[in-house]
Ligand binder design. Sequence first.
Ligand code: D5M
Ligand code: FE
Ligand code: ZN
Length: 492
Amino acid sequence: MDPRLLDALVKHGALADPAAMDFLSKASDPVAALDRVFSTLQDVPLVLTMDHIRVTEMPLVPESIQRAHLIARRAAEVLAPAAPKLRELGIARDVPEDFRVLRDITGMSTCEGTLGDFSRYFAHRLKALGGMLRTRRELVGAVEIARARKLSREVRFIGMVSEVRTTKRGDRVIEVEDDTDTAPVFVAQSSDLFKDYVLEDEVVGVVGRPTEKGLIIAQQIIRPDVPAHHPFPVTEDPVCVAFVSDVHVGSRTFLTDKWAHFSTWLGGGDELARSIRYLVLAGDVVDGIGVYPRQEEELSIDDVYAQYEELARLLSAVPDHVRVIVLPGNHDAVRPAEPQPALPENVQKLFDSSVSFVGNPCTFTLHGVRILAYHGRSMDDFVYSMPGMSYARPLDGMREMLRRRHLAPIYGGKTPIAPEAEDHLVIGEVPDVLVTGHVHAVGMDEYKGVKIINASTWQAQTAFQKMHNIIPQPARVPVLNLGTGRGIIREF
Ligand code: D5M
Ligand code: FE
Ligand code: ZN
């Protein structure tokens, strides 16, 4: 890797995926090639990919248009004089910590799994997501389902999906339910709506026409979604956050050398390393014990407490000025049902004071940037239930979470959910950053202005993953600049 290329990227606001980095580093003058790409792009993307490079390398964009883009970009910079300053990377050691937990189940769990708990949980989900839908223009005048079923004109209503079934002819019927009644909503195979898959237990708005047989023919199915463009907040502290996940300490497949390489880099690698003020571990921090059948055969440390001791040892090498934030995943030593509380006190006490423990999911802010961190177990349900979803493209699943404003819409699938008084998996206020792990892949992009980051793993392919053809992308670290909202993925 050409260090000048890395520096040049950082100066531009730091962004490029591994393929783009590889391509640029092969140019005779990588820095000039990079400058050329940026000077022709209309907007500086969050992560530079080969798609951007291809566009800028192709003579398809006439020079006059390229110049117009360049002028527009320069003009935008003049209009926003603070921007160049914010693009610079801060020295993390000099920036005081600003970390606040806003929403976390830890210490707040009340659920006992009674029937009452379940109905209260679903009522909260419907109320929270229904409230968001009610503000949508398309759903002005939405009525209760009992009333909608009596009307013969176009109807609008909001409810939770209780069942999705396919008819003999291949069309789809979605049962939508509220406190008053249930309505069968018909989506013809030939309709454009058919491609947009509806999941059980998600909350949707329906615009449709009733038929004489009591079906409602769907004209629109509306998701709570996030606004057209969620603006990234401006902070004066251009420090970075590094996101890692699925360390799986204690597994024979834990990548000791790659972690050591990352840790050494964090301890003083380069300008980017020195700008890292926070390190988020998005769950599965150890491999655990008894998580799947015959796991003991794949463990190098077969005691969960000793696994956390080893993790504590590894994290003690992280520079003291880096605040480490740890959430649990499905391999960790807390209840598997989500929301999961933070790791227990007897585990926490193994770590030094620069490590903070939060629940899964957790909403916190770093310098005012709102981050929603979730291990990502529900990705199993997305992949299993939704055509087109894949373990190799976790960002697609994250977009679907944001559209549905819910981290784990399907109840009773692979993701165990504890029916708490409030649905902690609802994405309430729109986050600036949504981060997950779990699928052992890596990705960084944005959805309507929300940065979406899937943090990768430090575990090589396991026998189970081999059997299921899951190909991990280990030891890649997305780093986000809180000052600019731009990011880069470093590979170790
Ligand atoms: O999950 C690591 C990867 O393996 C992730 O992509 C999900 C997949 N996985 C794990 N368990 C299952 C089951 N039971 N079915 C399907 N796919 C699965 P990790 O949480 O690290 O074990
Ligand atoms: Fe994992
Ligand atoms: Zn996991």
